[in-house]
Design a protein around this ligand. Structure first.
Ligand code: SF4
Length: 314
């Protein structure tokens, strides 16, 4: 692709979420994070015990501070904040914490319907695992997608089975690909989460993950930096000197490589990760999210490059 696409209608070198919302709805849209009280089959023994090696297992700050408010209440609080601070008018209910399809169908429907019943909710975004999407749940999302804007956020992290096994994901790459194929073509948007800097992975391994994704029918991606947290298996590996983390420079170069091979229509929902200040161990550079994003912008400029520049349709 010899030039940046016009349809982004932005000044960036990638298709960011804000531009996507503006193009689709004519205004910014705000995601309201919800902790609906789910757990995860990779923590409670259904799929595995203890979870992914980097997962702190605490849930949202709201959960840590006491009894969870209802979905309705969480939405009302979030909307009040954004209406006051950002004059927001449209919202997506973002079921974020743990595995948000891990319950009986009627329980799931009741929780999602509770969100849709609130004013100004134009859609939902549901974070889950690829091994936790029954046909019934996919049918439910298909029905919602006829009336609302629907995203499913699928955790993948890496396309390499040896890495998925090492990080104790509890599923393989084929399980993820099957989930994408089952969700595709139903009006449901798919956003995939990947992590850059996983133990044992090189920059080349990460690019292979991105290239695989570039050929799948997905609409969004969240790119996370690996964060090492106290109290996790990864944290112990780090303290014992068993893992090598990406430097800031490696991270920036790798993210730019990823962006270059992705198709231009994929929405970039995240470029790095931060948070977890109270249990954060490393890498120190990840704390300054804005600096990381600015450096990605500068590197793309230095390369005279942009998302999709090296995308090869299959
Ligand atoms: S799938 Fe998500 S919630 Fe479950 S253990 Fe892994 S990171 Fe934690």
């Amino acid at each position: 692709m010899d030039k940046k696409p016009d349809f982004w209608r932005n000044s960036k070198r990638y298709y960011d979420l804000k531009s996507y919302w503006r193009n689709l709805f004519g205004c910014n849209v705000f995601k309201l994070p919800i902790d609906a009280g789910f757990t995860c089959p990779n923590r409670d023994g259904k799929v595995g015990w203890g979870g992914c090696i980097y997962c702190d297992g605490r849930g949202s700050k709201l959960r840590q501070s006491g009894t969870l408010p209802s979905v309705r209440e969480q939405i009302r609080r979030g909307k009040a904040y954004y209406k006051e601070a950002r004059q927001a008018k449209k919202f997506i209910a973002y079921f974020q914490t743990f595995t948000n399809t891990y319950a009986a169908l009627d329980r799931l429907k009741a929780l999602y319907d509770e969100a849709f019943a609130e004013d100004d909710i134009i859609g939902i975004s549901v974070g889950t695992r690829p091994d936790c999407l029954s046909d019934e749940v996919i049918s439910l999302f298909t029905e919602y997608a006829e009336r609302y804007h629907v995203w499913i956020e699928l955790g993948l992290q890496s396309i390499h089975d040896r890495t998925l096994s090492l990080i104790n994901r509890g599923h393989d790459a084929q399980c993820f690909i099957d989930a994408v194929e089952r969700l595709a073509g139903r009006g449901i948007n798919i956003c995939v989460h990947i992590i850059v800097g996983l133990p044992g992975e090189t920059r080349g391994d990460v690019i292979e993950t991105a290239k695989e994704l570039s050929h799948l029918p997905i609409q969004g991606i969240k790119i996370h930096s690996l964060l090492v947290l106290e109290g996790t298996t990864l944290g112990n590996m780090f303290k014992e000197g068993k893992i090598t983390l990406f430097t800031k420079e490696e991270y920036i170069l790798t993210v730019c490589d990823i962006l270059e091979v992705l198709p231009p229509q994929i929405v970039i929902q995240r470029l790095t990760a931060d948070g977890y200040k109270d249990i954060f161990l490393a890498p120190a550079w990840a704390i300054n999210k804005l600096d990381v994003i600015n450096n990605i912008d500068q590197e793309l400029k230095r390369r005279n490059s942009w998302q999709g520049k090296r995308y090869c349709p299959a």
